[in-house]
Design a protein around this ligand. Structure first.
Ligand SMILES: [Zn+2]
Length: 205
């Protein structure tokens, strides 16, 4: 019985048996769309929740860097179709304590694939000091939780593409953008793997 597990691969999104990697159903979940966030250009590859979001949760909580990189390659391939050019790609930072326990920073793994695909330099321009997890807080709590913890450590000129793994309330992305714009950055757009706002902008227009 244990031999079966060596020979039958399952989709990391939905556990369907098949060749290694995401199955067709889960791949169909990934369509780059504009997500609706006021005052910010946000593009998201897939809805949250959904199959891609499920893979993301697995990658993060199992500390599976290979799986995270698989998602990064999907995001990078889709990002080539984005309408724009950026002077730098900046990942949303993770606190060092979480990088240490997980072994990687999710947004940094994604950004490392996206930057070369767009021909833009990868810049770790932001730092986040350890604190409470954003996911456990509401929008106002998230905002407060970032005050004094998030800071720009390497000013970036021009137009920045901020990369995150998940955008829900948009609070973290907004705080990162504000931090960058307060330095030398002219404009900040956002690219995320999954978002609760995925498809909303298209539905409204
Ligand atoms: Zn699947």
């Amino acid at each position: 019985m244990w031999l079966d597990s060596l020979w039958v691969a399952t989709c990391p999104g939905c556990d369907a048996p098949g060749p290694p990697g995401l199955c067709r159903v889960c791949q169909d979940d990934q369509r780059l769309r504009e997500a609706a966030y006021e005052g910010m250009n946000v593009w998201a590859l897939a809805p949250y929740p959904g199959p891609t979001a499920k893979v993301l949760v697995r990658a993060k909580y199992a500390g599976d860097r290979g799986l995270m990189d698989l998602l990064g390659r999907s995001l990078a391939a889709a990002a080539r179709a984005l309408p724009g050019r950026w002077d730098a790609v900046v990942p949303v930072p993770s606190p060092w304590t979480r990088r240490f326990t997980r072994g990687f920073a999710p947004a940094a793994v994604l950004a490392a694939r996206v930057a070369p695909a767009l021909g833009a330099p990868l810049r770790h321009a932001l730092r986040l000091a350890p604190g409470k997890k954003q996911a456990s807080l509401d929008a106002a709590g998230r905002q407060r939780n970032l005050v004094g913890r998030l800071r720009s450590v390497r000013p970036v000129r021009g137009r920045v593409l901020l990369v995150d793994d998940a955008v829900t309330t948009g609070t973290t992305a907004r705080s990162c953008a504000r931090e960058l714009l307060g330095e030398r950055t002219d404009a900040v757009d956002v690219l995320t793997l999954v978002s609760t706002g995925w498809g909303d902008a298209a539905d409204r227009s």
